[in-house]
Write a protein that binds this ligand. Structure first.
Ligand SMILES: NC(=O)c1ccc[n+]([C@@H]2O[C@H](COP(=O)([O-])OP(=O)(O)OC[C@H]3O[C@@H](n4cnc5c(N)ncnc54)[C@H](O)[C@@H]3O)[C@@H](O)[C@H]2O)c1
Ligand SMILES: O=C(O)[C@@H]1CCCCN1
Length: 310
């Protein structure tokens, strides 16, 4: 094994511009069936109310063989003052199967999730987009602000969370305004991001603009919801993986909403980008996103070591 890569090293080289392009490529490769990737295995860790996920993927066309091991312990921040999502990614040589790197996966999880939402937003946000609303004020709230700001400068940004104090802290950091209710935050928003650990709906159809684009990023269990069933059924629904959405997403399963398209099918033009309709990306996170982001980190570290030689 050649490399052990820390969170600081990942943070140092990974930037959104390159990552957004790589995520777009990963989504297309997945939907064109060039990726071998089972729906992730999720083991409950009952005492702490947590989960342990195993996410392997292979893409021979892109020389990718990797796996992410990820834990999601929703009470971590409140109980222990540490992040709720933690991960490592292991990358192997496609030619020999030899391990080539083990790297921190927390930063990659944080950034690749927001980068995928940025890809969806690039295609699905209504023309003349000016307002971004973020529901939730944790790690993903911040990463989504940074990734989406690569697409455009929003004239108005609002943040709502369970407590006003946490919304205010996040809003102050990103130059937004904290709101006391989710309804107030999403009023007239063109792009909405839901990044909470909620298990029941926090966003209602009657609050949202008829052309809004929503990146629905939380609620990764079959009995968890973040979006009201009416809103799910009234929107044009995009997902990262159809196979995973009908197995893992409570928002999809409980509402019985019809899936219109995978993001990869839309990017490659097989399905329309319905920019002027009410659209939702139900994002669950895919193993190939992690493996391709992991390979990008290796490429960037390689580029950096060459730069420092000359
Ligand atoms: N789709 C993906 O690829 C992907 C990847 C990573 C994380 N996620 C999901 O995104 C969500 C946010 O992740 P994070 O890393 O920012 O977590 P975090 O723990 O940093 O933040 C969670 C936020 O949700 C708020 N919250 C918790 N319970 C709530 C409730 N009942 N109602 C409203 N708000 C509530 C918390 O106050 C906090 O602001 C989680 O559901 C996580 O599993 C999805
Ligand atoms: O794709 C991911 O990495 C995360 C793991 C935790 C649950 C939500 N999705």
């Amino acid at each position: 094994m050649e490399k052990l890569i820390t969170a600081d090293e990942v943070k140092d080289v990974l930037q959104y511009d390159r990552l957004i392009d790589v995520m777009e490529k990963a989504l297309v490769l997945f939907s064109k069936k060039n990726v071998v990737q089972p729906v992730r295995t999720v083991l409950p860790v009952k005492k702490e109310g947590g989960f342990f996920g195993v996410m392997p993927s292979v893409c021979e066309d892109s020389d990718i063989l990797g796996v992410k091991l990820v834990t999601f312990f929703p009470n971590n921040t409140q109980r222990y003052g540490v992040a709720t999502h933690n991960a490592v990614i292991v990358m192997f040589e496609i030619k020999t199967g030899l391990p080539k790197a083990i790297m921190d996966g927390e930063i990659i999880t944080t950034m690749r999730t927001a980068a995928v939402s940025a890809v969806a937003t690039k295609y699905l946000a209504p023309s003349g987009t000016r307002k971004l609303a973020i529901l939730g004020a944790g790690v993903q709230a911040r990463s989504h602000y940074h990734a989406l700001s690569k697409l455009q400068k929003f004239e108005e940004i609002t943040v709502w969370s369970r407590t006003f104090d946490s919304a205010k802290k996040c809003a102050d950091e990103i130059g937004g305004v904290a709101c006391h209710t989710a309804e107030e935050a999403v009023k007239d928003a063109d792009v909405i991001v839901t990044v909470t650990a909620a298990t029941t709906p926090i966003l209602e159809l009657k609050w949202v603009k008829p052309t809004a684009h929503i990146n629905a990023v939380g609620a990764c269990q079959p009995d968890w919801q973040e979006i009201s069933p009416e809103l799910m059924r009234s929107s044009v629904l995009y997902v990262d993986s159809k196979e995973a959405a009908v197995r893992e997403s409570g928002d999809v399963i409980l509402s019985k909403a019809e899936i219109y398209s995978e993001l990869g099918e839309m990017i490659s033009g097989e399905k329309e980008a319905r920019r002027e309709s009410l659209t939702i990306l139900k994002s669950l996170g895919m193993a190939i996103e992690d493996s391709m982001a992991g390979q990008l980190v290796l490429d960037l570290l390689n580029e950096k070591s060459h730069q420092s030689k000359y």
